[in-house]
Design a protein around this ligand. Structure first.
Ligand code: SAM
Length: 290
């Protein structure tokens, strides 16, 4: 395998009509590459992994999904193994229970939860998968990114990484529903890839963990911002044009000004020296970026 995967034809395995199904080539390539003794598939969906396993003559594999009565949030992984492939829902992009198969299920990861809850539940499942692995075993995890209401969500960035990341492959996506849509706003870049992460369990007891902290930071509190950047922000917040007094009023509450007794001189000097700022008339300044 190489780090870019591209399978224009999804192959003969599994149910091609099962929404969000993956190409069996991914699973086949992983199994042929790692040659596990025991293969477990979590979120097996339309049966792609099972068909691939049978094709490769693997008869002891295990395939788990809500659609066959196995609930990732409640049930245990029924066996230890040296290889788990998992392909969760991409948050709520496609809804499964009640749409792809009968019955509403309140543990369906594709429904009824906000993004933070989805990530926290996915972490629960991933930790369950990881602890089921034998030492030296691997968890291959396939997921895509999500764009919703103008916001970009990177599931692989937001979830906890459990174990040592051995490989990060990018898989080209074909035949997405979004490919056939025409969007009014075409300034965004459509998502045409998925991520395949391979985590390895390299120690019996110790596990390396990596997680992302998300928060907001006010640039006014940032001591290392430059005077130019600070004044640009101040002018932008004042609709691109402002008097020196108005600029002072914005800047005086900033950490950078509090750290410098000569901050007013610094503001005047920066306005004069930098060609991003130009005087409209005496004491009135404008931001120009063209
Ligand atoms: C992206 S699909 C997997 C597609 C599969 N790889 C294929 O090729 O057909 C995600 C699957 O996660 C399952 N799922 C969602 N929540 C679940 C849960 N709590 N427990 C088990 N499976 C769940 C859905 O039923 C769905 O089949």
């Amino acid at each position: 395998m190489k780090s870019i995967l591209s399978y224009p034809d999804r192959g003969k395995w599994g149910n091609a009509k099962y929404r969000g199904n993956t190409s069996g080539h991914v699973i086949k390539d992983l199994l042929e590459h790692f040659k596990p003794q025991k293969f477990v598939e979590v979120f097996s969906g339309g049966g792609t992994g099972k068909d691939v396993a049978l094709d490769l003559g693997i008869t002891n594999s295990v395939h788990l999904d809500l659609n066959t009565g196995w609930d990732a949030l409640i049930d245990d992984i029924p066996t230890g193994s040296d290889f788990v492939f998992s392909h969760p829902p991409y948050w709520d992009i496609i809804s499964y229970s009640g749409s792809m198969y009968p019955g509403e299920h309140h543990h369906d990861l594709s429904k009824n939860m906000n993004y933070e809850e989805f990530i926290s539940k996915l972490d629960q499942v991933n930790s369950k998968i990881f602890t089921s692995l034998l030492n030296g075993g691997r968890h291959a995890f396939l997921v895509g990114d999500v764009r919703k209401k103008g916001k970009y969500y990177s599931i692989i960035k937001d979830m906890t990484w459990i174990g040592d990341c051995e490989a990060h492959l990018i898989k080209t996506q074909f035949n997405c529903v979004s490919d056939r849509k025409i969007y009014g706003n075409n300034s965004f870049i459509p998502i045409n890839h998925e991520h395949l992460l391979v985590f390895r369990k390299n120690k019996i007891w110790e596990v390396s963990i990596k997680f992302t902290r998300t928060g907001d930071f006010n640039l006014k509190d940032f001591a290392k911002i430059t005077w130019r950047d600070l004044i640009q922000n101040a002018l932008e917040s004042l609709n691109g044009q402002a008097t020196l007094k108005e600029i002072y009023r914005v800047i005086e509450g900033c950490r950078k000004a509090q750290n410098n007794p000569h901050w007013k001189e610094k503001v005047r000097q920066t306005l004069q020296l930098h060609d991003n700022f130009s005087p409209v008339e005496r004491g009135l300044w404008r931001l120009n970026i063209a």
